[in-house]
Design a protein around this ligand. Sequence first.
Ligand code: PLP
Length: 257
Amino acid sequence: MSTKRTNDHHHQAVAEKLTRVRQQIIELSKHYDRGADSVSLLAVSKTRPITDLQAALAIGQRDFGENYLQEALDKILALGETDTDAPQWHYIGAIQSNKTRPIAEHFDWVHTLSSSKIATRLANQRTAARPPLNVLIQVNIDAEDSKAGVLATDLMPLIDAILPLPNLALRGLMAIPRAATTLDAQRRPFRQLHELLNVAQQHYGADLSGFDQLSMGMSADMEAAIAEGSTWVRVGTAIFGERAGKGDATLAPKGGQ
Ligand SMILES: Cc1ncc(COP(=O)(O)O)c(C=O)c1O
C-alpha cells in the first residue's frame, strides 16, 4: 500500500473512533441527565503524531491534551495557537518549576496545578496580552503516595494562595483516581471530587466565579465520570488506539478487529 493510502486509512480510523467516543458522550449524558453539551471532550494526543491531531481537527475536534513539553511545542508551532479556529492546548502532565514559562506562554489550560509556587510562576509568566490561563487544581483524591496532586485537606489553602494571582482563571478540579473495575467503585472518587468542588463553591461564593469545571474520566472510566458530573473527559486510547509501550497491546495482533 502506498504511504498516502496508509495515511488516509489511518486518518479514517481516528475519525471513526473519535466519532464513536462523541456518540458515547452524547448517550451517557442523556442517560445520566446531564445537560446537552455539558461534557467536553479533551483528546489526549500526547505521544501521537501530528497527523493524528490533523485527522481529529479535520472533523472539528478543538481541545488537545499534551504532557511532554518539547513534543507539545512542536505540535503547537505546526498547528497554531491563537486564531479563533486554532486548537486549544491543555497541559495535563507534571509541572517542573523550570518548565513553567513555555506552559504559561503557549497553553490555554493547565489541569495539573498542585502548588502555590508553580501557580505564582505561571501567573508571572503569562502575558496579559493573552486571555488568563485556565487552571484546574489536581487533587490526589485517593491519597496515594504515587500520585501527584494536593490532598483534599490542603485544597482550601491552595485556593487562597491562587485567588489573588493575576493572569490565571481558577476553573475547577482534576483527579486521576486509583484504577477500579466496577462502575460503583469508579464513581466513588469522582463523587468525592464533585463534593469538594461544591464545598469550595459554597465557601468562596462570588470570589470564585467560573470555578465549575471537573476534569475527570479517561477511556476506561468515562461513564463513571460523566455520571458524577465530569465536564472534561480526557480520552486518549479510545480515540487514537493503544499508546506504544503500554503493555504489548500494540505488538500483539488482536483478533476480531
Ligand atoms: C492525565 C491523563 N489523562 C488522560 C489520559 C488518557 O488516558 P486513556 O488513554 O486511558 O484514555 C492520560 C493518558 O496517559 C493522562 O496522562
